[in-house]
Write a protein of this length. Structure first.
Length: 510
């Protein structure tokens, strides 16, 4: 089977609808739970009516595998974790991720549209509108242990992607309340840092993340938190005041560590050393990625309002976007290094940690021409035989070197194209295509992430913290592969010579 046929065949296998809700309710990250699996309904919905609608479409034997429940007013350890109800079908990323994820779904939607799944693409956007209205935000994913956090915001891009295909102005108009509410989530405290007027990631819960205690274990059964505690005990930490996160007298991780750990997961980069070891200090930073995304949300909300004939409102949104872009360039651009860095609003410094997030301002159109040129001159920091490594440091975290991830590579390539660096963009895209194709030929699957230095998908020995598996599927890699393949095929670009990865076959119909 060719890789493109594999991708087309994979999308339907990853769809979860009401008919197969018993499959979606199963959570591989909670292996100790034997069922029946809870499915929770928002407290402003009629749980009885939802149960009846599910009974009408599910096989009786499947319905017996779940229990429909209203979300308790105070969700705590006395309630088993479970799936959160969504009204429309959704697509899961693959592997251990058997629910609808936040920023994954943007890339998945991109792949669905390229493969002709327009209705399912709209379903994803409708589910996100529903989440904002009934759960208060777009969730990290639709499980109860994710109720306290979101993920990087891509809502307006998904809405516009649907609208450009349907031209349904009434539908677009109906989404405005969700857009405004979700925007407020990001620009109000505690996500707003008043010191800068920019935003940060911060989980609204406390204590250890339940999914970590259940599923992020090493070969000896130690949790990630036990391994992190051992690291704090045995390593000097020059990046931050480690006593904020580890109490050496009690040999315990502090409440602030758990807050940082949860917030790092809201960022999607779980984990890296980008905000110090394990991302623990993330809540004290304005991340360049998040604020670039909010700039896009502001400009795209302006576009939506202009499309709907609300020009005065659109101008206000463009003013917000311009102010954010100015602050990003003022606080996050580092002239000495020629890169964008995250800004520590507590001590007024940038953390000089080269990371692929430096390409977000190029992708969003925030960077000035000379800034984009400086970032491109630093491309050798990241470019590898298989694409782009996420950072320049190998820390044992999966969002650091030598790992490359499809979404960040896609954002970097799009950023390069936006500023006219097409040759560099094409070269990187082909390197990543070649690596994914090579490993597909060997494994028969597409993976979540890749070692772009050694050109392999076997990365389990390189990851010391977080989950060590490489998940097959995989939604965002599928989408980025088809996007790169189609774009480069139209240009007639050949794979780069000298790549250590295998050349990619030509032709979309192979």
């Amino acid at each position: 089977m060719s890789i493109l046929k594999y991708i087309k065949r994979t999308w339907p296998l990853m769809v979860r609808s009401h008919e197969n809700l018993a499959q979606a309710a199963v959570d591989p990250k909670l292996p100790e739970w034997k069922g029946p699996w809870p499915v929770y309904v928002a407290d402003d919905e009629d749980a009885g009516a939802v149960e009846q609608s599910l009974r009408a479409v599910m096989k009786p034997a499947d319905f017996e595998k779940i229990r429909v429940r209203p979300i308790p007013a105070a969700f705590d350890s006395t309630h088993p974790h479970g799936l959160l109800y969504l009204p429309r079908p959704f697509v899961v990323p693959g592997g251990r991720f058997n629910e609808m994820y936040g920023w994954d779904s943007y890339f998945i939607q991109m792949g669905l549209l390229r493969d002709g799944h327009e209705t399912l693409s709209k379903d994803l956007a409708d589910n996100f509108i529903y989440q904002v209205r009934h759960y208060g935000k777009i969730l990290n994913a639709n499980r109860t242990y994710y109720l306290d956090r979101s993920q990087p915001p891509f809502l307006t891009q998904m809405l516009l992607a649907v609208f450009r295909g349907t031209h349904d102005s009434a539908w677009l108009e109906s989404s405005l309340d969700a857009v405004d509410k979700y925007y407020r989530y990001w620009v109000s405290e505690p996500h707003l840092a008043p010191e800068t007027g920019l935003s940060r990631y911060i989980d609204l819960g406390s204590g250890p993340a339940p999914e970590v205690l259940s599923s992020e274990l090493d070969a000896e059964g130690r949790t990630d938190y036990q391994l992190i505690k051992d690291y704090f005990r045995t390593h000097p930490i020059p990046d931050y005041d480690a006593s904020l996160f580890y109490d050496s007298k009690k040999d315990e991780l502090t409440p602030l560590f758990y807050k940082g750990d949860r917030s790092m997961r809201e960022s999607g980069f779980d984990p890296s050393n980008r905000f110090g070891p394990f991302g623990a200090d993330i809540i004290h930073y304005n991340p360049v990625c998040l604020n670039s995304l909010l700039y896009l949300m502001e400009t795209e909300t302006a576009e939506i309002r202009e499309t709907l004939g609300r020009g005065d409102e659109a101008r206000a949104w463009r003013t917000r976007a311009a102010a954010r872009a100015e602050r990003i360039n003022e606080l996050m651009w580092d002239e000495e290094h020629g890169l964008y860095f995250d800004y520590h609003f507590g001590n007024g410094t940038r953390r000089a940690y080269p990371f692929l997030s430096t390409f977000y301002p190029l992708w969003a159109g925030i960077a000035r021409r000379q800034q984009a040129a400086s970032v491109v001159r630093n491309l050798p920091l990241f470019e590898c035989p298989g694409g782009l490594q996420t950072s320049t440091r190998q820390t044992g975290d999966q969002w650091d070197a030598p790992i490359g991830w499809a979404p960040l590579i896609w954002i970097a390539v799009k950023g390069l194209q936006r500023y006219g660096y097409d040759a560099e963009a094409d070269r990187i895209a082909w390197k990543f295509l070649a690596l994914v194709h090579q490993e597909f030929q060997a494994l028969g699957t597409i993976e979540e992430k890749y070692d772009v230095v050694h050109c392999r998908a076997n990365i389990s020995d390189e990851i010391l913290f977080g989950y060590r598996s490489n998940e097959a599927g995989f939604g965002w890699t599928n989408a980025v592969y088809t996007a790169f393949f189609d774009e480069l095929s139209r240009k007639g670009v050949c794979p780069p010579t000298g790549s250590r990865a295998a050349p990619v076959p030509q032709g979309r119909n192979l």
